[in-house]
Write a protein that binds this ligand. Structure first.
Ligand code: NI
Ligand code: MN
Length: 231
């Protein structure tokens, strides 16, 4: 059993195994860190953690382009369906989806979910994270979130091979809380995300990895476009 994890920059990752690929928060065309064209990305499943523009991103267009299944919290999934995505699975926090080649669980994220335009601000659905299991590997993608006690519970109930940890502060955890999160989650490998895309979320991912190692944990800074085999 084998699985790979690819970093697309900011908070966008995709996980692949056995010829299937699942992407989380495909923010590509307006993502200053992205190194690919949207049209070059092919996925089976699109996971949307919440509808802030740096997470919903190109999700609707990508799901249409790939005839992919889009999974999100209830209102977010229905919104995407009304925007023309044919195959959606509305879920909510705590639920599992078993698609055969992948299982997905929606987890708590302490954050908001809103669509902001010039003349309106609309709350939509709830922010979530995901537990994604494929190719025998289990990923915890917390989404945009504060440090929270649920991470300890998730760490106790799951044997995570990898966790992606937001470290950019301001809108999510920063490095200090990211270290505590990694301790609570207990994944074999921790990968920083949601940093340096914009000046307001500047952070040093190498400091994060050094401090993880000081705590006896394993971390790795992935470059946008990089894909690794999960240990
Ligand atoms: Ni957000
Ligand atoms: Mn964000």
């Amino acid at each position: 059993m084998a699985a790979t994890l690819k970093y697309h920059g900011h908070a966008c990752f995709s996980m692949a195994a056995d010829g299937h690929r699942v992407i989380m928060d495909p923010f590509i065309s307006d993502n200053p860190q992205a190194v690919e064209e949207l049209g070059d990305i092919d996925v089976d499943v699109v996971l949307i953690s919440h509808v802030h523009s740096d997470h919903l991103g190109d999700g609707i267009e990508l799901a249409k382009q790939c005839d992919a299944l889009l999974i999100a919290t209830y209102e977010v999934a229905l919104y995407c369906e009304r925007q023309g995505v044919e195959d959606v699975r509305p879920m909510h926090i705590g639920g599992w989806a078993d698609l055969g080649f992948v299982t997905v669980k929606l987890t708590v994220a302490h954050h908001s979910s809103s669509i902001v335009t010039d003349d309106s601000i609309q709350m939509l659905g709830a922010a979530s994270g995901f537990i994604v299991t494929m190719g025998g590997k289990r990923l915890y993608y917390p989404g945009d979130t504060a440090l929270c006690a649920d991470m300890e519970l998730l760490g106790r109930l799951n044997d995570f091979d990898v966790a992606t940890i937001p470290i950019g502060d301001t809108f999510t955890m920063g490095v200090d809380d990211g270290i505590i999160a990694a301790q609570l989650i207990g994944a074999k490998l921790n990968i920083p995300m949601h940093f340096n895309t914009f000046p307001v979320i500047a952070a040093d991912p190498h400091e994060f990895v050094r401090r993880l190692e000081d705590e006896g944990l394993s971390g790795r800074v992935m470059e946008p476009g990089e894909e690794i085999e999960l240990p």
